[in-house]
Design a protein around this ligand. Structure first.
Ligand code: GLV
Ligand code: MN
Ligand code: MN
Length: 402
C-alpha cells in the first residue's frame, strides 16, 4: 500500500488521482522510483528499445514466468490502473524472498511503455512492440496528441534502452489489474478470472467545412464541422443502443478550430473508441460507421477523412492459465467468477507469445480513468496473494498443453 501511495504522489492531481501520461517527466519520475525498488530487491533490470523495463529475479531454471503491467496513466487517472499489477509483482518477489521460498523458475516483472494510448496511439504500444506486433522503427515514429515523437521522448527521459525487441517469450504471463468496471461489485464477487479482452477499434475523424460568421450565415448555406461531429457522436451512441449486448462506443475527444463562440468552425477532429467482444460485430459496427460518415460528407458538403489509431481483435486467454487463476482464487475465497475484460491490457499482447491470463479485483462503483478510482485494500491484498500463488503454480508447470 505504501508503494502504491508513493507512486501515486508522482504526478498527483486533485481528487487523489495521477497524471503520468506516457513518456512525460512524470512518467520518467514514476519509472525511476519503481526501477529503484527493483534494484532494492536485487532484480536484474533491463530496458528495451521501446522503453519497457523488465526486472527479473534470477532464480531457478528455464524461462521466467512474467507478471507486470504499466505505470503510465491517462491525464485524469487513478492510483491503481496498471500500477497495481507492477507493484504487486514486486510485492510477490519481496514476500517470497522474505519467506526464503525460491520458485523453480525466474520471475520477471514488466513495466510496459504507453499502455494507455492517451498520448500516443495505439494503446498497449510497449507490449505490442515487445511481442513483435509492430516494428520498433514504426513505433518510434508515432506522433502524439501534443506533436511529440515517441523516439524523441524516450530519449529525452532516458528510457531508450538497448535490449532489442521482440523480447524473450516468457514461460507464461499473468497480470493483476483492477476491473475498472462495475461487474464484480454489482454481483458481489471479489475475484475475476479473466477469460479474454474485447476487440478495440480507435479512429480519428477529421471534418473540414467552411468557417464563417455565426450570425450572418443562413443555416442552408453552412458546411459545419461541429454539427457533423455531433451527428457522428449521436450515431455512435445509437448504434451501441441498437446492438445492445457488449457493444460500447465513445467519443472521448473533440477539437474544434478555431473554437470560438461566434465562428462556424473550419475543422473538427474527433476520436471514436468502439469495442466489442465479438470480432464480426465489431467489424459490422465499423462498416456502419464508415457508411454513415460517407453519407454525411455528401449531405453536409464537408470533407471527412479517417485515420485508424488502433485495431486489435478480441483475445481469448489460455484455458490452462485461466483454470489456474480460478483454482487458486477459489482456494482463498468462494467469491470468484469468470469474466471478459472491457479494458485493454498488456496481457492481451503477451497472449500472442505465451500462455497468459489475468486476475481482476473490484473497482468501487466501477469507476476508473478517473481520480476517484478506488479498490478496497483488502481486495488488493487478496489479489496479490492470488498472484503470488498463480506465479508459483505457473512456474511449476513443465509444459503447457495449449
Ligand atoms: C486502456 O486503458 C484502455 O483504454 O482500455
Ligand atoms: Mn491498465
Ligand atoms: Mn487505463
Amino acid at each position: 500500500m505504501q508503494k502504491i501511495m508513493d507512486l501515486a504522489s508522482i504526478g498527483a492531481i486533485d481528487g487523489g488521482g495521477c497524471a503520468r501520461l506516457a513518456l512525460t517527466d512524470e512518467d520518467a519520475a514514476g519509472r525511476d522510483l519503481v526501477v529503484g525498488w527493483m534494484h532494492d530487491l536485487g532484480l536484474t533490470v533491463t530496458t528495451d528499445v521501446i522503453g519497457n523495463v523488465i526486472g527479473t529475479w534470477d532464480v531457478g531454471d528455464g524461462l521466467p514466468v512474467m507478471t507486470g503491467s504499466h505505470i503510465d496513466t491517462v491525464r485524469t487517472g487513478g492510483k491503481y490502473d496498471g500500477n497495481l499489477g507492477v507493484l504487486a509483482g514486486l510485492e510477490v518477489i519481496q514476500t517470497l524472498q522474505e519467506a526464503s521460498v525460491t520458485p523453480p523458475r525466474p520471475i520477471s516483472v514488466g513495466i510496459f511503455t504507453n499502455e494507455e494510448g492517451s498520448r500516443f496511439a495505439p494503446d498497449m504500444l510497449g507490449s505490442l512492440v515487445y511481442v513483435g506486433g509492430l516494428s520498433i522503427e514504426d513505433a518510434l515514429d508515432i506522433v502524439g496528441i501534443d506533436g511529440a515523437r515517441v523516439g524523441d521522448e524516450l530519449e529525452r527521459i532516458g528510457y531508450n534502452g538497448a535490449t532489442p525487441c521482440p523480447g524473450f517469450a516468457p514461460h507464461a504471463f499473468v497480470e493483476l489489474h483492477i476491473e475498472q468496471g462495475p461487474v464484480l461489485e454489482r454481483t458481489d464477487v471479489t475475484i475475476g478470472a479473466v477469460t479474454g479482452v474485447q476487440g478495440i477499434s480507435w479512429q480519428e475523424v477529421t471534418i473540414t467545412g467552411q468557417s464563417n460568421h455565426a450570425g450572418t450565415t443562413p443555416m442552408s448555406m453552412r458546411k459545419d464541422p461541429s454539427y457533423v461531429a455531433s451527428k457522428i457522436a449521436v450515431f455512435l451512441r445509437e448504434l451501441a443502443d441498437r446492438y445492445k449486448g457488449d457493444q460500447v462506443c465513445t467519443v472521448g475527444k473533440i477539437d474544434l478550430f478555431p473554437n470560438l463562440i461566434n465562428v462556424i468552425p473550419a475543422k473538427a477532429v474527433l476520436t471514436l473508441d468502439v469495442r466489442n467482444t465479438d470480432e464480426e460485430t465489431l467489424s459490422k459496427a465499423e462498416r456502419e460507421i464508415s457508411d454513415f460518415i460517407l453519407s454525411l460528407s455528401r449531405s453536409e458538403g464537408v470533407e471527412i477523412s479517417t485515420r485508424s489509431l488502433a485495431r486489435f481483435e478480441p483475445v481469448i486467454f489460455n484455458p490452462e492459465v485461466i483454470d489456474i487463476v480460478e483454482k487458486v482464487a477459489m482456494s482463498k475465497t468462494p467469491s470468484v467468477c469468470r469474466m471478459p475484460s472491457g479494458a485493454g491490457h498488456d496481457a492481451q499482447m503477451l497472449a500472442r507469445v505465451c500462455p497468459s491470463a489475468m486476475i481482476f479485483v473490484p473497482s468501487v462503483e466501477g469507476i476508473s480513468h478517473n481520480p476517484a478510482e478506488f479498490t478496497d485494500p483488502e481486495d488488493l491484498v487478496m489479489g496479490t496473494n492470488i498472484l503470488l500463488q498463480v506465479l508459483i503454480e505457473l512456474s511449476n508447470i513443465e509444459e503447457f498443453a495449449s
